[in-house]
Design a protein around this ligand. Sequence first.
Ligand SMILES: [Zn+2]
Length: 74
Amino acid sequence: MMKTSAAYLICMETKRVLGTEKAPGSCPYCNGEVMATTIECTRKLCCLTLSVTTKRQYTCSSCSKRLVAYLGDA
Ligand SMILES: [Zn+2]
């Protein structure tokens, strides 16, 4: 089901990967190395920057699983 919202049309969200680093701990699925990817999200309304947020995403370098609940970092 597709929903078209007006906010989506005028708001632009761009994501930029700032870098990846090795995270402490290991993957709960395969015990592989966990990589932390820092992503910068920029929300724009036309040419106005509304917000810039950085978030971390954890992925396993062995099985490529997204470790969402990893370390409880939101
Ligand atoms: Zn894994």
